[in-house]
Write a protein that binds this ligand. Sequence first.
Ligand code: BG6
Length: 468
Amino acid sequence: MGGLNMKYEFPKDFWWGAATSGPQSEGRFHKAHRNVFDYWYDIEPEAFWNRVGPNVASNFYNDYRQDIALMKEIGLNSVRTSIQWTRLIRDFETGTEDRDAVQFYRDVLDEFLRQGIRPVINLHHFDLPIELYEKYGGWESKKVVELFVLFAQKCFDLFGDRVKDWVTFNEPMVVVEGEYLYQFHYPNLVDGKKACQVLYNLNLASAKAIEAFHASDCAKQGGRIGIVLNLTPAYPRSDSEADRKAAEFAEEFKNNSFLYPAIKGIFPEKLVSVLEQDGVLWESTPEELEVIRSNTVDFLGVNYYHPFRAKARETAFDDGGSWLPEKYFEEYEMPGARMNPYRRWEIYPKAIYDIAVNVRDNYGNLPWYIAENGMGVEGEEKFRDEEGVIRDTYRIEFLEEHLAWLHKGITEGSNCFGFHMWTPIDCWSWKNAYKNRYGFIAVDLATQKKTIKQSGHWMKKVSRENGF
Ligand code: BG6
């Protein structure tokens, strides 16, 4: 039932929720293995904002009961987090599980269910085990694809009775970009050829995990599986042919290289021919391509933060270095763009509508949801009032603007079933650590005390009224 003066009412059973991940919230307590970020922090803590690493994070490992109660308190009906490969699995080669970890994740899931919150479980959130990078080259290797599927199968078997909504990967494109192109994830390489192989292998790993899922009891009992992609719709600087072509390539590389295989089961033809001509196309087999073709997602999660503005290259691309997608475009800094000054990301709410229309018209109107959207702000403590509440009105405005455009897309027939904000409780954000805070709930890092922000109270009302 909508409120009396409500302007935007959302579909029945809409997911009002938020997303986090295991490595960013749990802390490293009792973990047998290290992921690439744990390792990077151990060898180079100064690479992280204020030298804050993932060791404690937001202490979800110890605080999960209280944290889930807070999530309930702010009205979330669904929450995404992830199972850490480096926590669940003792022996990566055999897929043998760690008993304590199984108990921990079962307890967490039971707590979500007890509180009436639908758990959405992701299998990979940038957290490749470092051993598998050192031994096999990580996602460069198809052996790692097989080991990931073993881990995924284990998760379906162990938790399929509690979890109905699964996600294979969060933002696989960020693995490609961070690890192999732009140096913000360990091992910080710049290698276009490897980047393309990794892009392919991640698509293959997702399809193989989907294949395993669809053969599992979990699927037979009504479970479903999807992927979460960060979409950065590419807009050309101008209508000129050169700018439009630049934006088209950016769109193909950044978005369609995962959207196509995930939903249509194929890679975009134009992209494949450019990569082939440039000598950076991945190695594939007909059998693998068939697996990708026949194992597409049941639903799509979209992380939307900012658009991508493209222009035709104004300088010659340096052919002496590694291949980069920038061979075909340059990023355009649009004068007057509205920016989030803390993150230097453009704020452009209309793109969420463009995404809704794109999924409706070009991807068979597949069921989809916003799996992340939100605003990272530095120094939020200064907005705390005398009652102890952080008055994050800017976040509420940001969300309302994005939701209004999403609502328009839904009204025009886009099959969107939910909206998750990044993130329920301020969490550790990789290199940025706790610089920019995103949560509905604040964390005091020194005491781990958690307090609901004004946006959390806003969320409760929106969720209760199913709109605003
Ligand atoms: C998303 C990721 O891209 O952005 C999250 O899925 C991440 O893991 C979030 O924490 C915010 O990132 P940042 O870099 O602004 O702290």
